[in-house]
Design a protein around this ligand. Sequence first.
Ligand code: PLP
Length: 360
Amino acid sequence: TYNFCAGPAMLPAAVMEQAQKEFINWNNTGVSVMELSHRSKDYMAVATAAEQDLRDLLAIPDNYKVIFSQGGGRGQFAAVPLNILGDKNQADYLLTGQWSKSAVVEGKKYCQVNESSILMPSTYGMVAVKPASQWQVSSKDTAYVHYCPNETIEGIEINDIPETGDIPLVADMSSNILSKPLDISKFGIVYAGAQKNIGPSGLGVVIVRDDLLDKARQETPSIFNYKLMAENDSMFNTPPTYSWYLAGLVFKWLKAQGGLTAIAEINAEKAKLLYDYVDSSDFYGNNVAAGNRSKMNVPFTLASSELDTAFLQQSQEANLMALKGHRIVGGMRASIYNAMPIEGVKALIGFMEKFERAQR
Ligand code: PLP
């Protein structure tokens, strides 16, 4: 079965097999890793190795802390303003779709939000994102600029990284972190819910620059306070130990694939296969301009939405799971995160061809 779910998504098969093997008796301790004290030497080694592997994969500079947090991606919608507004009371939010809008809803609870859409119409009615050189910071009094480089629902990815000068840039990379190399030094904060390219849902990963650690509002909940969490190695309270362990296995798997440059090549190849097929057919469609098409989430429509139910039922029977598009945009969506092998994409295209032929 290939699982095209947008999240929680499939983990690499090799990771699942290893986790299964180790489930009851981890490393000959006689217990499961989830039963170890988070303060034990054994577990600390698991936690530390996971952080180091993530640092290696993303080449995270020394002046950034890595926090394994709870509350997934949305938890950070609140944690970001609480931690880094400091004495300012406004922040810029760039809009490209549903997830950047959801961040605004939360941000408004804490400050004045300066919203601006960075979408623009492109040729043939396609949707595109303005080049980063045209994005504007609203004023020097803005505390940070927030954006979402991969809109999971609409399948819009932004490859440019804007220059925001002294104003920290904050990125919600829930759905494309670890899909390609990234220059962390361009960001104040990069955060992600884990359930696409990292591990189980509920876990969040926050990469935060040191100079942003000392600004939290007094009322910030302790478990979301970056400084407190960093000082306690993300163990101020009992962390989601099993999820953290699984994330660590995923990081090791990624390293074994050759790291982010290698996985980026595979991701580009998978996405190209699928978009090329959609473009070559007049039965399927995708309305995102070529330069902004997500390599992780590929939404597509059928010639008639009346065929959606049959497509979903038959794809499920062909062991291709969870292709239903988000209810807001309709149609289909194939999420092809790191763990999706190219064979899964080929199987999907094979099914799409067959389905199309059967409608003639
Ligand atoms: N941001 C993006 C881009 C997402 O895709 C998601 C979830 O799919 C979230 C935030 C929310 O993450 P969570 O459900 O872990 O809170």
